[in-house]
Design a protein around this ligand. Structure first.
Ligand code: COA
Length: 368
């Protein structure tokens, strides 16, 4: 019987142009560039402008990933958007993306596992492909977390940035692709990192606004301790599951939250920092987007090549954590070049026509 493997065949990222430096933040709260760099490693982060949203960044990253994979959006079976800063409470950001890129055959949903969401999404997509449930899947991590940040809270406002990254996963019988994954959660730590307002127990009200419940709340020290422990555990476990050792891993791509957390994880794994991808100095913590953005830059820098084994490892609110081991491949062979971007114009027209049709039908049949 043939084996179906889930290969990463496309990748793309999109970050806003607007840069916010530590010195800019020092004008808003009592902090310094020196403090932020020494405690986090972050120098600057990107901030979405008023026209940019989680869905628009996601769509841009998605189109770039489809271009690399040479895949027509109409051939997608599934779209997963991992995000903690969605377009709406509902509908799913993934549906907005589906409409914008013209993925007419895809089902689409959001995945909420905070900063671990992208790794959860990769595992879900890989399982769907391996069980014959789908052939072509888009997994996106996209965030506009700076819209949930209290710019008066120096504990949190220094950390986060906006951006999006996307992978295309495709079925192939070639060996490689996603080889193993380990995913965990521990809801007893839910209060350590959360946005408590606007949900079921605290629906949006003047009081929740007044109490700042719509902002990110975090116990930094506890999250720090948790992160250093689980990054090591999850990496070891996923490597072991694939019957490999750390010597078989050419590049570690950790969630980009804090330089000190990453260094502590590398020490715990006894793994050289030169083989760890770090770009949080320029983007801060972009949550679900951090791993795909770091992956895209690793490829651009020639640090991740076909045949390499890489571990993606993340932790986040929930609490959640997880890792995935991937043997890197690249685009599947193709005969004809496709242009996913051209489909976007057609998708816009199709979307307008669908809305128009609904209005006409409503007019004819009455609105209830
Ligand atoms: N500038 C200056 N001082 C600050 C500051 C800032 N931006 N933020 C906090 N401080 C102060 C604190 O108020 C505290 O003062 P106190 O001792 O008088 O109360 C002091 O610095 C030390 O705070 P502490 O929390 O111990 O600092 P830290 O070394 O743990 O660093 C974090 C704080 C937030 C950088 C660190 O805990 C961290 O990165 N945690 C993980 C957070 C994370 O990754 N979250 C996302 C998960 S996906």
């Amino acid at each position: 019987m043939s084996t179906r493997n889930a290969h990463i065949t496309g990748w793309g990222m999109a970050v806003p142009d607007q840069v916010l430096t530590n010195d800019d933040i020092a004008k808003m709260v009592d902090t310094t560039d020196e403090w932020i760099v020494s405690r986090t490693g972050i120098h600057e982060r990107r901030i979405a402008n008023s026209d940019q949203t989680t869905a628009s960044l996601a769509s841009e990253a998605a189109l770039r990933a489809l271009e690399v994979a040479n895949l027509h959006p109409g051939d997608l079976d599934m779209i997963i958007v991992a995000t903690s800063s969605p377009e709406y409470i509902f509908p799913a950001t993934a549906c907005v993306v589906q409409d914008r890129i013209g993925a007419v055959k895809a089902y689409a949903f959001d995945l909420l596992a905070a900063c671990t969401g992208f790794v959860y999404g990769i595992n879900l997509a890989s399982q769907a492909i391996k069980s014959n449930g789908a052939n072509n899947i888009l997994v996106i991590g996209s965030e506009t977390l700076t819209r949930l940040v209290n710019w008066k809270d120096r504990n949190t406002c220094i950390l986060f940035g906006d951006g999006a990254g996307a992978f295309v996963l495709q079925a192939s019988e070639e060996p490689g692709g996603v080889l193993s994954a380990v995913l965990r959660s521990d809801g007893s730590g839910a209060n350590l990192l959360s946005v408590p307002g606007g949900g079921s127990p605290h629906p949006a009200s003047m009081q929740t606004l007044y109490d700042g419940l719509h902002y990110i709340q975090m116990n930094g020290r506890e999250v720090f301790r948790f992160a250093t422990r689980v990054m090591v555990e999850a990496t070891f476990e996923t490597v072991e599951t694939a019957q490999m050792t750390m010597d078989d891993i050419q590049l570690l791509i950790p969630h980009q939250a804090n330089q000190r957390i990453i260094e502590a994880a590398a020490r715990g794994l006894n793994y050289p920092m030169e083989q760890v991808m770090v770009n949080l100095d320029r983007y801060g913590n972009t949550s679900t987007a951090s791993i795909p953005i770091a992956t895209v830059e690793a490829i651009e820098q020639g640090r991740l090549k076909p045949g390499d084994n890489t571990v993606l490892v993340a932790f986040g609110g929930g609490l959640t954590w997880g890792a995935a081991l991937i043997q890197w491949t690249g685009p599947l062979p193709f005969q004809k070049k496709v242009s996913p971007r051209l489909v976007r114009g057609y998708a816009r027209g199709r979307s307008i026509l669908a809305r128009l049709r609904r209005r006409i039908e409503g007019f004819i049949w009455g609105n209830g």
